[in-house]
Design a protein around this ligand. Sequence first.
Ligand code: MFK
Length: 516
Amino acid sequence: MKNFYQDGPRLTNTYRSDETLQKFLRNFLPVEVQKEALPHLEHLGEKASSDMLHWAEDAEANTPQHIPFSPWGKRIDQIKTSTGWQQLEKMAAEEGLVATAYKRTHGAFSRVYQMAMLYLYSPSSAFYSCPLAMTDGAARALEIFGSDDLKKRALPHLLSTDPKFFWTAGQWMTERTGGSDVSSTSTEARLFSGPSDFGATHELRGTKWFTSATTSQMALTLARPEGALPGSKGLSLFYLELRNPNGELNNIEIHRLKDKLGTKALPTAELSLQGTPAKLVGSEGDGIKKIASVLNITRIYNSVCATSHMCRALDLATDYAKRRQAFGKLLIEHPLHQETLRQLEEDFRRSFVFCMFVAHLQGQDEVGEISASRRILLRTLTPILKLYTGKKAIEISSEVLESFGGAGYIEDTGIPRLLRDAQVFSIWEGTTNVLALDMLRAFEKEQALPVLLEYLKNCPAMKNSVTTFSEKWTTLQGLLAHLTSSAPEIWEAQARRLAFLVADVVTEALLHEYSL
Ligand code: MFK
């Protein structure tokens, strides 16, 4: 063992190496869709294991910088990003990372195809997937609530495949009062009658405490018009453009970039709106309800990105296990190591199939081919999917780090970043508890629980009496029997447990249905 040097893990084409992805798509997508999608995905898998890795490395090494003033003292608030970050943006536009979902060439399957693209793109993108999530969410909200003028102005940019024309969108919800309790938003909207390129109706004043990817060209945000009710009903949804045609910020001051635990390449800023022109999206009021259409998309993105993060972590751990010698043989030859990886891999497959199922429901909703019960299923499964995958990404990243031993704890191996970055998945777009309560909101407002149980009673795993499914189903029924006559506080206290149990049962059903 003299002069022993350990080889680091390596990646190969991440589409070709991903049996779960390939198997699912071959079974799930109609042949016509496969003809277009599979070669494209293979191409993305190649980029994800070559050029993108270099761009992501550059973006991580050269983190965004806030330049508040010009050399001559003028307030400019520029955010300087790396070449790698810019390349990742260019690629996202050219490949149609957002646009593919809206072309709807393949009906509801377009969403599944697009989410498979995101799944390959995200873990090599240094979190460029974040601005894409908000861009997609904004496109959906404008599609549902925007006026014809607003759609004509923004959608061609958000859905463009020309990098020069492509825009990203921000989603500015979080204020100093907290990211979860959005109803106490204090940004004010006053009527505006000045000149505006996009027909601004109001001007906004307030502070936004977290704004992700603040280099976007437009943003959707919440504000309270003068005289509006307190609480969420009195909030309205607004569209704004960050810069005027001269490239100057539209009465926006960027205070600072946030110093975060992970997602270091992503510029997250704290800013104030100082009379920023903005246009009301739809009619006044119901702001949270409207921005929920953004959130429901970004929560699916979060889930797909968390799942692809798990896949990346496992790819690295598996490759390493095939190189690393310990106790006279390769790590992969040790039964306990094999079993540890197998269990993690099963959790990843659960997350994967759950994501694709919900993406398909979302696609069906978007093309108007969804039954009432499946729409309710989409509404209630989205928060459950997000909370489940968010936690699994952290758990798997932590185990993978450990599987590298001491090397996993050393910064320049790049492995610690997996864990730091994973931690965000359970926080942004709603923490685990907020999402568990959102599941209860769906149970209450949409009568979703009977729909969910009906779906499970009719799933193939139930019909085929699959033992692993039956065990989980029995545990879920036990908890529900206990809760049925309980007070709302008990439901609330048990919401997280219930959500994870539902996720266990649903993923067991899906693994069986799609033979994964
Ligand atoms: C890698 C890619 C990942 C993507 C990254 C993107 C980065 C962006 C970073 C961020 O912006 S993070 C900020 C994310 N913020 C959140 O996720 C907010 C978390 N908090 C919640 O979700 C709270 O539950 C909520 C703000 C919704 C609570 O608000 P309220 O006003 O106390 O709730 P209320 O009154 O129950 O709901 C208002 C209305 O909205 C109700 O409708 P009605 O008016 O008809 O009664 C609700 O039913 C509706 N609603 C709420 N959530 C909904 C929804 N409708 C559909 N879907 C939902 N999810």
